[in-house]
Design a binder for this molecule. Structure first.
Ligand SMILES: Nc1ncnc2c1ncn2[C@@H]1O[C@H](COP(=O)(O)OP(=O)(O)O)[C@@H](O)[C@H]1O
Ligand SMILES: [Mg+2]
Length: 324
């Protein structure tokens, strides 16, 4: 058993609110990712995915703050590192790819300059060697005609090409941990498939650990080694891919799967039941999903469920998981 690349333990992230208790965006979250492992993280908008990603990168926007827990990268507690050390780690050893690539790119610099600057900053490489390494990277993310694209400006690129450039920037230093935060959602289906294939290939080649955040549970079926579902800042189900898709047990997971699935059993399960409640606010007490859950019992509104292991590696946070 190798040591995890990233190990999150009991993480709490809060955003203060004026005259109200803080928003607890991430609540007591545990997650470890191994070398060459892709963990998919699925959840609806506002469930805490980006906040988790930023916390791991130590980039929670103030006045938000990490209020508890620990994040270790290759055994080092990130909170204990000085800012200089952290800057070196970010970009070089861990990197993040986000959606909306255009906002990530500097419109005044060419593609080659932007990728090259990152490499120069972290490795001190320069001149012909730098240029060669950047062009190799452009080839690696399958940008056609890399010699010419090296001198292109961001506005000259299509959305798919811009996303590849952002990936090249994230990956140029061969980080050992990568977060992709909804990075493929703005792309059309064909381009998205190409980008995913590319990410998968790079993970294999460099044995990278990866947290792949998405709102589309369907993508994780082809792409991830394990899948986690986050709801109201908590992981409610996590399992190896095969177990996750063969035996989803959290009612919310089943709902998510039914929403995209063509599987008649899953669809009819939800169509037969009453419409889920429209109140989407997590409950203050008990199970956060209880207000929307068609299976909820009085007990669910009273007691917060813990994450428990139902099958090897398959964990669920539910008092009444869906029977197999
Ligand atoms: N900068 C911020 N200031 C205040 N609240 C925030 C901020 N960022 C996120 N939140 C809150 O944290 C929760 C989780 O948000 P986020 O992590 O962006 O979710 P997701 O990425 O899953 O859509 C939401 O309730 C959101 O309103
Ligand atoms: Mg987000």
């Amino acid at each position: 058993m190798s040591e995890p690349v990233i190990d999150v333990e009991g993480l709490e992230v809060e955003f203060p609110r004026y005259g109200m208790p803080p928003v607890r965006a991430v609540k007591g979250l545990d997650l470890a990712i191994l070398r060459q492992e892709i963990v998919g993280l699925v959840g609806e908008s506002g469930s805490g995915k980006t906040t988790l990603a930023r916390a791991i990168m130590q980039l929670v926007p103030p006045p938000g703050r990490i209020a508890g827990g620990r994040i270790r990268f290759e055994g080092q507690n990130l909170a204990a590192l000085d800012p200089e050390r952290l800057r070196t780690l970010r970009g070089r050893s861990m990197a993040m790819v986000i959606a909306n690539p255009r906002s990530e790119l500097n419109p005044l610099l060419t593609v080659g300059q932007q990728i090259g600057n990152v490499l120069k900053y972290h490795t001190g490489l320069g001149g012909k060697a730098l240029r060669k390494r950047v062009i190799d990277m452009l080839k690696e993310v399958r940008i056609p005609d890399p010699e010419r694209r090296y001198d292109a400006y961001p506005h000259e690129l299509s959305g798919g090409m811009a996303q590849r450039v952002v990936m090249a920037i994230a990956l140029i230093c061969e980080p050992r941990f990568v977060i992709s935060d909804d990075a493929t959602s703005g792309l059309d289906v064909t381009v998205q498939a190409q980008v995913l294939e590319l990410l998968q290939r790079l993970v294999e080649k460099h044995r990278t650990a990866m947290l792949f955040i998405t709102r589309d549970i369907g993508i994780t079926a082809h792409f991830c080694d394990r899948v986690a579902v986050i709801y109201g800042g908590e992981i409610v189900e996590i399992a190896p891919r095969a177990s996750f898709f063969a035996n989803p047990v959290h009612p919310y997971t089943v709902l998510l799967l039914a929403a995209f699935s063509h599987n008649p059993r899953l669809r009819s399960y939800w169509l037969k039941e009453a419409e889920p409640a429209t109140d989407t606010r997590p409950a203050e007490r008990g199970c956060p999903f209880a207000p929307r859950c068609v299976r909820a019992q009085p007990h669910c509104r009273a007691e917060h469920p813990v994450l428990r292991e139902l099958a090897p590696g398959h964990f669920v946070r539910c008092h009444y998981p869906v029977e197999r």
